[in-house]
Design a protein around this ligand. Structure first.
Ligand code: ADP
Ligand code: MG
Length: 489
């Protein structure tokens, strides 16, 4: 582990350090809501997935959904966190039109998951550890629709009662890049676990960004919270502009007020939304309709045994077993689909070469065609076969690139061996044919041969190029080199 180059904001009074803590709301993958049996499918007709509990009809009682608790525990385990065998649901009281009960059921002083850690993979291949403070379960609110009627706001309660995990980090991040790496890593872990789809655009992962600035070496100063930022890029931008704003406030002799702000991506600035509300404003108290949540340690163990191999373990395995760099391994494990594809190509083959092809040629082709790896026009099986054709010297690396292009363009996932046969691309390993080509090139370039022999070694590359050209790229490169060396000397 190493400290990344420190990120600093410079002001009139010198350099400032930025302190960041993130609160992420992650929508739990579950067919039913946290305390009711209503469905949770995205994009349903308004108010078609609402039970009496979600609509807060008088006398309705919440019933905890075991699967939502299991998802929170799995997530806690995936974040190397303490699982609290006893936790408590509280009422967080506030008034809003999309909250019919007048309170949200959440966890306050006793969350289901306690302290944990997450490892950030930085672009330079280093890692940084960030503390997780807690993870608690809570209900989502409904949605107010202000654009459906000229004079009225409408309410859709489909989302009311859907389970959320609020994942709170320690104020351990020091740059927009680290905050970006945190969100990407958290998303990867949630997707591996299958506990949240991590889709920020659809709102299934939302982020509140806490930012403060300080002189290096100082204690923490007052923070501001930028609410509901909905993409990794905007989180990074919001930190940058909010830090700059705070530096100006301090340097002008003012004091940063603790408050909730909004990021306006169009204007590239944050603006005040409301002064910070405090815990006592919500009158938290244990929900009398719910017993404390008590977990059986054996059940937690069972969930632990059921966890998949997580990205850090997979990355370590790629570095150890496949000899990949930290950076390459980190990129390949980012999405499970990519990792599975890569492993299928690498199995029983040159694993580094496989990584180069997947991250180089394949990623470029997917980018160009706008496809994801699940819909890759070339399957892992056929990319593997292409590597085999190189390994057994049927084709050279250069011809392999050409065959790959043809495979991508075909779009029907053709067998590379068939393309090699149909287009006559087999590598020429017949020494006689190579010698003939070398002789012809030397005869045509007698002047260059003389220069080479009088010491101009650099011309060797020129001869290789000419012979390859004469053989339409199909000469075996090693043999071409050998024959040339022999004949030129
Ligand atoms: P609240 O309940 O008021 O939101 P929390 O204690 O839950 O307060 O903290 C919320 C977030 O603020 C956490 O992610 C924490 O890491 C972050 N945080 C706390 N102090 C600071 C600070 N001085 N600068 C930046 N972030 C901070
Ligand atoms: Mg908070």
């Amino acid at each position: 582990m190493s400290e990344a180059k420190p990120y600093r904001v410079s002001g009139d009074t010198g350099e400032w350090e930025v302190v960041i803590g993130l609160e992420v709301h992650a929508q739990v993958i579950s067919n039913a809501k946290l305390f009711s049996g209503a469905a949770t499918a995205f994009g349903a007709e308004p108010n078609t997935q609402v039970s009496f509990v979600d609509a807060a009809f008088p006398g309705m009682l919440p019933v905890i959904n075991r699967e939502c608790v299991a998802q929170a525990v799995r997530t806690g385990l995936g974040l190397n966190a303490e699982i609290n065998l006893v936790s408590v649901f509280d009422r967080k009281n506030y008034f809003y039109a999309d909250l019919p009960a007048g309170y949200q059921i959440s966890q306050y002083s006793r969350p289901v998951v306690g302290k944990g850690t997450i490892l950030l993979d930085m672009p330079d291949g280093t890692t940084r550890e960030v503390g997780i403070t807690r993870l608690h379960l809570e209900q989502d609110a409904g949605k107010s629709l202000h654009d459906q009627h000229p004079a009225k706001s409408l309410i859709d309660l489909n989302r009311a009662g859907v389970a959320l995990m609020e994942i709170v980090s320690e104020p351990d991040m020091r740059s927009p890049e680290e905050a970006g790496a945190y969100l990407r890593k958290l998303r990867t872990i949630l997707r591996y676990l299958g506990t949240c789809d991590g889709n920020m655009e659809e709102g299934s992962m939302r982020c509140d960004v806490n930012v403060s600035v300080r002189k290096p070496g100082e204690g923490f100063r007052t923070r501001c919270e930028v609410k509901n930022v909905n993409s990794v890029r905007f989180v990074m931008q919001a930190i940058e502009v909010e830090a700059l704003r705070q530096v100006r406030v301090w340097e002008e002799g003012g004091a940063v007020e603790q408050e909730t702000r909004l990021y306006d991506a169009n204007k590239g600035q944050t603006r005040s939304m409301r002064s910070k509300e405090h815990a006592h404003d919500y009158r938290y108290f244990p929900d009398p309709d719910l017993l404390p949540l008590v977990l059986d340690p054996a059940w937690v163990e069972e969930l632990k045994r059921g966890l998949p191999e997580l990205p850090d373990a997979r990355k370590a395995r790629y570095m150890r077993d496949f000899g990949l760099s930290a950076y390459d391994a980190g990129v390949l494990v980012l999405e499970q689909e990519t990792a599975a594809y890569y492993e299928a190509v690498a199995k029983g083959r040159d694993a580094k070469l496989a990584a180069n092809w997947v991250m180089g040629d394949l990623f470029a082709a997917l980018n160009k065609t706008g496809r994801s790896i699940e819909n890759s026009p070339v399957s892992a099986g056929n990319l593997g076969r292409l590597l085999d054709l190189m390994a057994d010297n049927t084709i050279s690396g250069r011809i392999a690139k050409q065959v790959f292009e043809t495979m991508i363009e075909a779009g029907t996932d053709p067998d590379p061996a068939a393309i090699v046969e149909a287009e006559g691309l087999r590598q020429v390993t017949d020494t006689g044919a190579i010698e003939a080509a070398v002789d012809a090139v030397m005869a045509k370039n007698a002047d260059k041969v003389a220069e080479y022999r009088s010491g101009k070694d650099k011309l060797f590359g020129f001869f290789v190029g000419q012979v390859m050209k004469a053989m339409a790229g199909k000469g075996n490169p090693a043999l071409v080199n050998d024959v040339l060396k022999k004949k030129l000397s």
